[in-house]
Design a protein around this ligand. Structure first.
Ligand code: V47
Length: 348
């Protein structure tokens, strides 16, 4: 489905925010229902974050080690393998492996971990390394991001998560995460990954110092990238969590603003199949309500969540599959467990 041509003009797209929430919700829900009816997708996944020691500094981050979070850690390969074994024993079908920019963990370290994981657990889906991490590893190794991506694919990485996109607007990006991969390279990295026949996700961190204009700009850049390379499976609007970090934010978004942003994402990204209302940044209640406003996915069980919970979200211990299913069904939807590529595993 194509975007309505008026909305390719950022000024016109911005006017969507002026609509009342019900009109906007209805527009988004029409697309959502056309694609997926009343299905809400989730998966059985687990996060593994090998390190929180980061040589970059992002003002919004409460996960990496700094004066508000003085507990550094770096896992050994064996520890990653032990965590993976436990996670798979608890039912995880996907391992989401992302961490910090730590020079102690070089590309060779990651590739050996991926190979060992695939050897020990051949059917596990490895979703690993954000475009920011890929570019950091390219820099410290002295090779291109294309070479890093090719080596990841060879070592068994199945897909890439959507992290590190933050906000594409260069000025805001410079302030909130100076030194991180620039917006063009973030997009080019995903584009090359797609050219290898692989899928990935895209995120947007919002609700901090960015404006509605910046969000629209971010969504339209993603729309154009998807027209070119076509490999994004899901878009994930991440709501900024405010504790233990260094962003001074005056106005946090209301529930209405969050739902409007999710609905606008559905309307402006008709070429990205799924809109994920990530329960770890929305809370489970709003994540379920978001399913009426264009979202069709809620993410998964996670098991141990470290990034959002470091900044105040109540997601540290994940969520049980039974609870996810009950919440989805009680809201009048069909709960569908999916694999990482959105093949249906079980319809409840
Ligand atoms: O890029 C960091 C964000 C992201 C905060 O691809 C914060 O399926 C809110 O990308 N408040 C990493 N967000 C997480 C991520 C993700 C999560 C779930 C699923 C997928 C997927 C990807 O977390 C970072 C950054 O934008 N983040 N700090 C914060 N204070």
């Amino acid at each position: 489905m194509n975007i309505h041509s008026d909305f390719l003009n950022p000024k016109e797209a911005l006017k969507l925010y002026d609509l009342d929430i019900f009109t906007l919700g209805k527009m988004a829900d029409t697309i959502r229902q056309k694609y997926f009816g009343k299905k809400v997708f989730f998966n059985s996944n687990a996060h593994i974050n090998p390190t929180n020691e980061c040589s970059d500094f992002c003002r919004f981050c409460g996960f990496s080690v700094h004066r508000k979070n003085p507990n550094p850690y770096t896992l050994s390969k064996e520890e990653v393998l032990i965590r993976a074994k436990k996670a798979i024993h608890l039912g995880a079908l996907e391992l989401h492996i992302v961490g910090a920019h730590n020079p102690k963990l070089n590309l060779k370290w990651y590739l050996e971990v991926f190979e060992a994981l695939k050897q020990a657990f051949p059917s596990i889906h490895l979703k690993a390394l954000t475009a920011a991490e890929v570019n950091y590893l390219a820099k410290i190794t002295g090779i291109t991001y294309q070479e890093v991506l090719e080596s990841m694919a060879k070592a068994g990485v199945d897909s890439m998560p959507g992290g590190g996109a933050e906000i594409f607007d260069e000025k805001i990006r410079e302030y909130i995460c100076k030194g991180k991969v620039d917006s063009k390279t973030w997009l080019a990295t995903h584009s090359f990954w797609h050219s290898l026949g692989k899928k990935s996700n895209a995120t947007m961190l919002f609700g901090h110092i960015e404006s509605r204009e910046h969000r629209i700009d971010h969504l339209l850049r993603l729309y154009h990238q998807q027209e070119d390379s076509g490999g994004f499976n899901a878009f994930i609007p991440l709501v900024y969590q405010k504790e233990n970090n260094f962003l001074q934010v005056k106005d946090f978004p209301s529930g209405q603003e969050i739902l409007k942003t999710i609905a606008i994402a559905r309307i402006l990204l008709p070429n990205i199949p799924h809109i994920k209302a990530y329960w770890a940044t929305l809370g489970i209640n709003l994540a379920i309500v978001a399913q009426e406003f264009g979202a069709d996915d809620i993410d998964g069980t996670i098991q141990k969540e470290a990034i959002q919970s470091a900044s105040g979200s109540k997601s540290a211990n994940g969520i049980l599959k039974d609870e996810l299913v009950a919440q989805i069904i009680n809201a009048g939807f069909i709960a569908v467990e999916r694999d990482s590529l959105y093949n249906e595993v079980k319809v409840y």
